[in-house]
Ligand binder design. Sequence first.
Ligand SMILES: *Cc1c(COP(=O)(O)O)cnc(C)c1O
Length: 376
Amino acid sequence: MEQITKLLNENHRQIETPCYFYSVSRVAKNYKQLKTALGTELIYSMKANNDVDLLMRCSHHLSGGIEIASIGELNLVAGGNSEKYINNPSTDKKFLRAAVASRSTIIIDNLVQLKTLIEFIGKRPLKPILLRLNSCVLKQFNPDLPKIRPDQFGMDWDTVCQALDICQQNQIPLGGIHLFNGSYNFTKVAFETAKAALDIVNEIQRRYTSPLTFLNLGGGFSDNWQESDFDFAAYRHLLTQFPDNITIAHETGRGLMASAGFFATRIRYLKNIEQELIAVCDGGINQNFLLAQTENSFRKLKTPKLWSQSPHEATSACTYVGSSCSKDDVIGKQNDNHILPQVGDISIYSNCGAYNASYTLTPFLKLPAAKTYIIE
Ligand SMILES: *Cc1c(COP(=O)(O)O)cnc(C)c1O
């Protein structure tokens, strides 16, 4: 935040709003800290933030590679030299071909995808593939796994067994398995997931007859995972039980990007509706869908920090609204302990680096997309 204040103090007229600020040093710090805490490889999930300028500036920090969910994402990073993982249940033949051509590791979601690979065999070198397992397999191997929301990703155990046969019969090299229990779930299920994975890996090695080399235990780290009291030391200790031939990885989007991003809008108008002060801003739900929290049944809106050309001490409650004519375009709220906004002030929201820009609806009303500024 200090960096942004400094930038605005020096250059506020040049900063176009609405905009995102992304901090390269914060991404680097988050990556290093999480990798150290886990003691494993760490893969970046690109869907959290696909800003190319940011990724180019950060790529040398993201040493564990990047997970890609579409051809569009692949095209953005195809030129780089990070390890690439391809993962999407809807991956079609064209995407699979592009994945093979770009020397990516393919994460197989279903048997049809796996069989499609057979025709590529022999034509091009295929990196050992990974099988995505549905979380129900974890539950099957470890009944102590805490309850998590079921999802549609990956394979159940019967399908895994068929996949192993298909790999064996067709000389498709198998690297290992890929797990993911959903966003925010890491602290809740990490230990039981790892315990289940130990048995699953052993059982797969027994059936497949050659050793696995790779295991992605998933992720689901929160925006500010550093503040959780999760016992990383005990978790690292548990992971020492895996055989040495297996490279263990985790994966994160949010844990890396959320705290590295800020969203900023300028206040265009102030008005009162009855007693309530409303700040009408030049951006909102269009450029930052998540900020409006329309997908949450209980909206707990964020309170922005204000940057002002003419700071003052007066305080007031206020509701911050966006530029879209949608009733749901309410992006921030403050109580009367906070500084009264003035027209021209810039309101800045923290923890907006993951999914805020990538999961949004800019084309509505032909409103402008947010600008992006990369800061050190
Ligand atoms: C989206 C996704 C992630 C990243 O989730 P975050 O909550 O951003 O950390 C990890 N693994 C898979 C398979 C995903 O689809």
